[in-house]
Design a protein around this ligand. Structure first.
Ligand SMILES: [Zn+2]
Length: 358
């Protein structure tokens, strides 16, 4: 299974200069290409290569592969929205592949710069690189952030063989109030994440009113800190859920993503928050951690999981008078809505298993 991991590089002062110069040149080249693409109204990579390739190599000193990568970057961005001319940041991420990046063991990486290849030490940040049997691919994005260099590197992690079909499935309901609630009733709140977000939103409003350069910088820093925090929380929750499934020899059942949108009735602002990357990230983390640990994951039909009573099966919209509570009109069962949903999700995985066997 391929995972992407942010690895920190530790270049020397001289290497820093070489990397920065390369990033600048690649982004200037991409901007230049974007201008031409926009002017000619074409996102055709072959056509743009014909137009730009020789120029980019001569003018910006790019290697063949870097020129092609820069053209591709401009093409893809322009293709996404042809109404605007893409503009890349001076030190925006630069994509590398195995022709211009290669690993020297696990703690050094050879990177092509404008002035030739340099071998840069890698400070481990990833858990996957240390996993037995994990292999590195040449694909990576070179990222410059807060004065440091990182590689968003693609790592191939071997998946352990999956054992027998589990008899039981841990149903997991992903939500807003609680980021994740499982069918044993355990809930992981997003309280900390929401508090940080609210605090940052207030700060943002204040800083935006100022609109100075330093305010903008501070805003950006805050935003990143917030993402890192949410990411950490997601790592902790997903690790816990997968560990729990592993220990109890159950699989993990999640709702098929499609249905989530329909069954959540919240204010728009919250919905934006809910559908943000952090929410998807938690699913992704659960899925890949489970794969690596050998815990099966099953996606189930999410229809009516939140309005069906897990005790008597009575299904009615009115069983859920508000977002947080469930109260069955059939048998009178009352409890947290997400807990009831998680049980339904876990059970659906069992019936899916029976369908598969039939
Ligand atoms: Zn009931």
């Amino acid at each position: 299974m391929l995972v992407t991991e942010m690895l920190k590089l530790a270049p020397s002062a001289e290497q820093c200069e070489a990397l920065l110069a390369t990033m600048r040149a690649c982004n200037v080249a991409a901007n230049h290409t974007a201008e031409v693409a926009f002017e000619h109204r074409t996102a055709n990579k072959i056509a743009l290569q014909k137009l730009m390739y020789a120029d980019l190599r001569a003018e910006f000193g790019l290697s063949a592969q870097m020129a092609i990568r820069s053209i591709a970057k401009a093409c893809e961005a322009y293709k996404r929205d042809k109404k605007i001319k893409p503009v890349f940041r001076e030190l925006g991420a630069v994509a590398y592949d195995q022709r211009i990046l290669s690993w020297k063991g696990r703690d050094r990486v050879s990177i092509l710069t404008l002035t030739g290849r340099i071998v840069v030490p890698v400070v481990y940040q990833g858990r996957w690189l240390a996993t037995t049997g994990a292999t590195m691919r040449g694909q990576a994005d070179l990222v410059y952030r807060d004065g440091a260099f990182y590689l968003a590197a693609v790592i191939d992690v071997p998946e352990p063989p999956q054992g027998d079909e589990p008899d039981e499935w841990l149903g997991v309901d992903l939500g807003i109030v609680n980021l994740a609630t499982d069918s044993t009733g355990e809930a992981h709140t997003g309280k900390g994440v929401r508090a940080v977000r609210r605090r940052n939103a207030r700060l943002r409003a204040r800083l935006q009113a100022k609109a100075t350069k330093s305010a903008k910088r501070l805003l950006k820093k805050r935003k990143r800190k917030e993402s890192r925090f949410a990411r950490d929380v997601n790592h902790v929750i997903s690790k816990h859920l997968v560990g729990k499934a592993k220990d109890t020899q159950t699989g993990i059942a999640l709702e098929d993503l499609e249905g989530i949108r329909d069954r959540v009735t919240v204010r728009k602002a919250q919905r934006a928050d809910h559908h943000s990357w952090a929410f998807h990230q938690l699913r992704t983390f659960v899925t890949y951690k489970a794969a690596i640990t050998g815990v099966p994951v099953r996606l189930v039909d999410p229809r009516d999981t939140s309005r069906t009573c897990h005790r008597c099966g009575h299904c009615d919209k009115r069983n859920r008078p508000n977002r947080d509570d469930f109260k069955c009109l059939g048998c009178g069962f009352a409890g947290p809505a997400d807990y009831n949903a998680a049980i339904n999700i876990g059970r659906r995985a069992v019936s899916h298993a029976a369908d598969d066997a039939a």
